[in-house]
Ligand binder design. Structure first.
Ligand SMILES: O=C(O)CCCC[C@@H]1SC[C@@H]2NC(=O)N[C@@H]21
Length: 213
């Protein structure tokens, strides 16, 4: 006996397929983040966490590839680092990095790319500069620090306040990276409009669904 079809339509499920093209883009951005480690690591103010251009690569990954592919490119880089490849700034790699004082920031990179990508999809197709700067700063600074600073404090035994104050040393460089990311991403999205599928803000989707019923 076959079950009678349900009178209630099942909610539409979006199937996410990772194509060969997606994989290539993910690999290219993992390589870009690795390449941005080549200029080296700068340790300022006695902190054990370096100033690095690699955060620029993380922000670019989210802003150019979107949430899923951007986060996957960061994840791919971290998997390669865990496997022992010296892909972090200063030629560091191996499992030791993941018990060191910067591990929170490394985990934060994944969430940072996710948040930037999610917000960027909502800002496209227009991608106006000011909202894009806000979105990129939220993911590329606030989210990364939100994970990185408390983990740094816990691992080094520093009081949270000291860790927060110490993270201020990264701010000027990270703000510059946000600006560069938005300018580059704006040009890229103008030249290749299909890289991230524009999406509605959740409250607009709810409103349009309510209007349709
Ligand atoms: O290489 C590592 O071990 C991780 C580096 C984490 C660096 C953090 S990310 C946010 C902030 N901006 C920087 O340039 N450095 C720190």
């Amino acid at each position: 006996m076959t079950a009678a079809p349900s009178p209630v339509a099942a909610p539409e499920r979006r199937r996410v397929r990772t194509s060969a093209r997606d994989l290539a883009q993910i690999a290219v951005f993992a390589a870009l983040i690795a390449a941005l480690g080549l200029p080296g690591a700068l340790y300022l103010g006695g902190t054990a966490v370096p100033i690095t251009f690699q955060t620029l690569g993380v922000m670019l990954a989210g802003a150019i590839l979107g949430a899923r592919k951007g986060a996957l490119s960061v994840l791919l880089l971290l998997v390669l680092v865990a496997a022992g490849l010296p892909l972090l700034s200063g030629g560091r790699g191996g499992l030791g990095v993941f018990v060191g004082p910067s591990v929170g920031y490394l985990i934060g990179w994944i969430f940072g790319a996710l948040v930037i990508g999610w917000l960027t999809a909502r800002l496209l197709p227009r991608y106006r500069i000011l909202p894009a700067l806000g979105a990129t700063a939220l993911g590329g600074i606030v989210v990364i620090y939100l994970v990185g600073v408390p983990v740094f404090a816990a691992i080094t035994g520093n009081p949270l306040g000291v860790a927060i104050a110490g993270s201020a040393i990264f701010l000027p460089g990270d703000i510059l990276k946000v600006v560069v990311t938005v300018l580059v991403a704006k040009g890229v999205h103008r030249a290749w409009p299909g890289l991230i599928e524009p999406r509605p803000w959740p409250w607009k989707r709810v409103a349009s669904e309510a209007a349709a019923t």
